[in-house]
Ligand binder design. Structure first.
Ligand SMILES: [Zn+2]
Length: 230
């Protein structure tokens, strides 16, 4: 894979040719490599194109490097902020968050219990948030969900045709405006059970910057208990 340097950082990139795009399009992939998409039938000097965009690339990289894990070994994301995890070796299991200090103190005799303690904490908070937000927004959208719950799931939100809304137990990790977007997205599905332009119009009526929020959501990596520990 060819690569370029952004400051001291080496970034690999892949070139995709012959697309129907009219202009050269460059983006970061989730694996931190760049993708350079070239228009069909045009000769483009890729190295020069990247050099010419170095300032923009640097800015994109900064944005991109904000990609954050909900749960890491020594941090946990809550309300969009990263809290430092401080372990306190003590019997019994409890977790005390101190948002002003930006930390979470985990009292446990077994360090590996940490994730379970966070899960319990988040489950409670995410549930309270989802119930409150749905109650607040549903009448405004003119919809009546039949049930709201929070659970282990691969997506941030999900809904059924019968009006049952489900949200990830990690919802509370997100900053308010992204959490709100997730709730609005599912509520809007009760009006339009698809992602059609009608759906997007309805969503935009309550959340004009929904595309921006959707993008930002991609920068957050939820904890997947099925993923190998590491
Ligand atoms: Zn959807």
């Amino acid at each position: 894979m060819p690569s370029l340097y952004l400051g001291a950082r080496r970034i690999d990139y892949a070139v995709v040719r012959g697309t129907s795009r009219r202009y050269t399009y460059i983006r970061f992939r989730p694996d931190m490599t760049l993708e350079v998409i070239l228009p069909r039938g045009r000769v483009v000097n890729v190295e020069k194109a990247l050099r010419d965009r170095s300032v923009w690339l640097q800015a994109e990289y900064e944005k991109f490097s904000k990609i954050r894990d909900v749960l890491a070994d020594d941090s946990v994301m809550y309300d969009g902020k990263l809290l430092k995890v401080v372990f306190s070796q003590s019997p019994g299991d409890s977790l005390v968050s101190d948002l002003t200090k930006g930390e979470v103190v985990v009292h446990t005799s077994e360090r590996k219990r940490f994730r379970e303690l966070v899960r319990r904490w988040f489950l409670k908070e995410s549930s309270a948030y989802a119930v409150r937000k749905v109650a607040e927004m549903a009448p405004r959208l003119g919809v009546r969900p039949s049930k709201v719950d929070v659970r282990e799931m691969g997506k941030w939100g999900y809904c059924t045709r019968s009006g049952r809304l489900s949200f990830s137990w990690q919802l509370i990790a997100l900053p308010e405006k992204l959490r709100e977007y997730v709730v609005l997205h599912e509520l809007t599905h009760l009006r339009e059970f698809n992602h059609s332009s009608a759906f997007k119009r309805k969503l935009a009526a309550f959340c004009p910057d929904f595309r921006e929020r959707e993008k930002e959501l991609n920068f957050v990596t939820p904890y997947n208990r099925l993923a190998p520990p590491g």
